[in-house]
Design a protein around this ligand. Sequence first.
Ligand SMILES: Cc1cc2nc3c(=O)[nH]c(=O)nc-3n(C[C@H](O)[C@H](O)[C@H](O)COP(=O)(O)O)c2cc1C
Length: 362
Amino acid sequence: MLNSAPNLFASLNADNLKLKNRIVMAPMTRSRAIGNVPNDLMAQYYVQRASAGLIITEGTAPSPNALGYPRIPGIFDYEQLEGWKKVTEAVHEKGGKIIMQLMHVGRIGNYENMPEGTTLVAPSAINADAEMFTDAKGLLKTNTPKELDLSSLHATIEEFVIASKNAISAGFDGVELHGANGYLLEQFLNPHTNTRTDEYGGSIENRCRFVIEVTQAVAEAIGSKRVGIRFSPYGIFNSMPKYDEVYTTYEYLAKEMNKLNILYLHVVDAAARQSQEGIGLISAMRGYFTGLLILNGGYTGERATAAIESREADMVSFGSLFIANPDLPYRLEHDKHFTQPDEATFYTPGEKGYTDYPLYKE
Ligand SMILES: Cc1cc2nc3c(=O)[nH]c(=O)nc-3n(C[C@H](O)[C@H](O)[C@H](O)COP(=O)(O)O)c2cc1C
């Protein structure tokens, strides 16, 4: 039928990416990468979830400075690249697609979790005043970051470029830049965490400059249709205070991302929908950006179906449901019950609460 409504379970041809359905596994840090190197257990975890149309990996550090948490993987050395190859090969063998999320923590970190010689960096030297788990000493406070001077700011952009090329060499179908949830990219957007007086701080254009330059540099390095970016407008996670110009900031970003012709925007939309000021922002962003839109945040099968059929989104990503339901697309399509995830094992090492969730059985 011509012009029939799109369907959550139908395939999607997205430029050079052929996806078997519109169900995306959201990026989720699981802290199983001992020594920051991806391993066989992680390959098993991802392959169990390869029935998703698209998997987005856990936040992965583009450089040693970006490693603020315990046991998160990186993509800046040979061993990590080789480890990730096992993941991408296994997922591709099952007919899945997989994109790496590049997460630079910025100020959200503690030196106990970071290798010797690294520096916690941010747009401005403002402590997040947050709690951070460390393997050595349990809960500690975040350290105060060092303000990026212009030369280290440009070096950080270059780290994203090298990491993206590494991701492509490791077999990924693309990269997602983590511009959400209070990490480095978002720290530039928010005037409370970015108090710079140079061309990277102040006006909306200046605060967005770093995010745009990172995206542009990565797009030039690996191809714009291999790049997506994640945003969380109105989100306050990781000590991100609200500010007046959220709406116009994300309108501007959606237009700029459109100019860069990237593959997708991935928007964590819950906070915008819940805030009075955010009404209309998600559809405004959709209007400005002609690439794909992935929505996320508390979606059920029913809401996801409605969002896809009404063309509000092209894909919907699911986070916690994918942790405990490796065959989530099957369960959504056949209306089967969901296993509840065990939060106590979200970030603990080993297979418990990671690769031991069963497939659906009648
Ligand atoms: C254990 C866990 C780890 C997460 N790690 C990340 C991450 O590394 N990068 C990211 O962008 N979001 C991360 N998130 C947020 C999820 O991607 C998603 O936005 C959130 O769970 C809301 O979606 P849901 O309601 O479908 O779970 C994480 C969420 C959970 C539960």
